[in-house]
Write a protein that binds this ligand. Structure first.
Ligand code: CP3
Length: 362
């Protein structure tokens, strides 16, 4: 099913794409690729709770491998959740049908002080074990990705206590006690740096920061609160040769700011034109960023020809270099498996020469 498009070394392909080097085709994977749209994932979840899967390396490894077995994706992201470090810092987290709930949200200075600086080699050892196990299973030619939340997005969950909250509590904190929000962001940044360092030590070929709620902020607030915390995190992480991918959602108004995070690859959603992202986001030293994205996950609910067209259009925007093809947000649970397959296959078979001519100005 995938034999005719095997790339000899997916890790090399992925790392070349992160650095803007020459590639055979765009590497492609999907955010939330291990998830409920896969029957084999639902079968595991019928037997085990979500957190049990995250915390049991054999189970986390099994579900992380499911999309690789199905579609031969070009990168395998470790199965976990952005809220795992919140729990390690001392906040209980429950995964309910309507989404995650943190029953004891952070609201005061004493709440922030009570957050623990956790030891990733002890308190979240299962993440490193899952990454190391995946590296063993997959061998040296498949990149395993680690991840964490960006500080602002994790702070949203820690202060609101649940998803889809309207952001009243965290925005109130921003206006009523900005120093408190800053202290929380700094604590998250320092803990996340150590958490990601442990993931790289375990074998992660690249790490991604998820800043799902960055778009909630004005440019001024992003620059004042979110940006310094990401910069601190990345300084402390000192990832060196290991690429850092920064995903943010609905950040058309923040492109200039997201270029200053210190990340190597900018992952954007479908609201942003990939060509614009390239043009507007330049590293201080000059060269354009590699970009990741940006297909609307809803495209995968439509017909296969539309999926192929969306992939061709996205690859035409970048010319295929410095581009990791992905969705603009996590794959939707109602996505047909065959449509996910069509997306991966289209990414791996769209010839770069055919699109290069329409990708001027890059
Ligand atoms: O990409 C992958 O396959 C790796 C696993 C992964 C999960 N969550 C598994 C998961 C990753 C990278 C995440 C990141 C994550 N988690 C984000 C950032 C990306 C995004 O989607 O915005 C956020 C905001 C969360 C927090 C979270 N976890 C929410 C809001 C929910 C509930 C909504 C939902 O989709 O169910 C979760 C649960 C969750 N995390 C599931 C999975 C597979 C579904 C749980 C289940 O099996 O019932």
């Amino acid at each position: 099913m995938t034999e005719n498009r095997i790339v000899p070394n997916r890790k090399s392909l992925f790392l070349r794409a992160c650095r803007g080097g020459p590639v055979e085709h765009v590497p492609v994977w999907m955010m939330r690729q291990a998830g409920r749209y896969l029957p084999e994932y639902r079968a595991v979840r019928a037997q085990h709770s979500f957190l049990e899967v995250c915390k049991t390396p054999e189970l986390a490894i099994e579900v992380s491998l499911q999309p690789f077995r199905q579609f031969a994706v070009d990168a395998v992201i470790v199965f976990c959740d952005i809220l795992v470090p919140a729990e390690a810092m001392g906040l209980p987290v429950e995964f309910q049908d309507a989404g995650p709930v943190l029953p004891r949200p952070v609201r005061s200075h004493s709440d922030v002080q009570a957050l623990r600086d956790f030891d990733p080699d002890k308190d979240t050892k299962f993440v490193g074990q899952a990454i190391a196990g995946l590296c063993r299973e997959l061998g040296p030619t498949v990149p395993v990705l680690g991840f964490a939340a960006a500080p602002w997005t994790l702070a949203c969950y820690m202060v609101e206590g649940r998803a889809k909250s309207g952001f009243g509590a965290v925005k109130q904190m921003r206006y009523a006690d900005p120093a408190l929000l800053r202290a929380l962001l700094e604590k998250i940044a320092r803990n996340t740096a150590r958490y990601l360092k442990a993931q790289i030590a375990a074998g992660a070929a690249a790490v991604q920061l998820f800043d799902t709620w960055a778009g909630e902020l004005s440019a001024a607030d992003y620059d004042e609160f979110a940006l310094p915390s990401i910069q601190l995190l990345l300084e402390e992480l000192a990832a060196g040769e290991t690429p850092v991918i920064y995903y943010s959602k609905a950040t058309n108004h923040l492109l200039d700011s997201v270029s200053r995070t210190g990340a190597d690859v900018l992952s954007v959603d479908w609201r942003i034109d990939l060509k614009d992202a390239r043009a507007k986001c330049r590293k201080r030293s000059g060269p354009p960023f590699a970009v990741q994205g940006n297909i609307d996950p809803a495209v995968l609910l439509g017909p296969v020809e539309g999926i192929r067209q969306a992939v061709r259009d996205a690859v035409a925007k970048t010319g295929g270099t410095g581009h990791i093809l992905n969705l603009g947000h996590g794959i939707l649970p109602e996505t047909p498996v065959e449509h996910a397959r069509a997306f991966i296959e289209a990414g791996q078979t769209t010839p770069l020469s055919a699109v290069a001519s329409s990708a001027s100005g890059i």
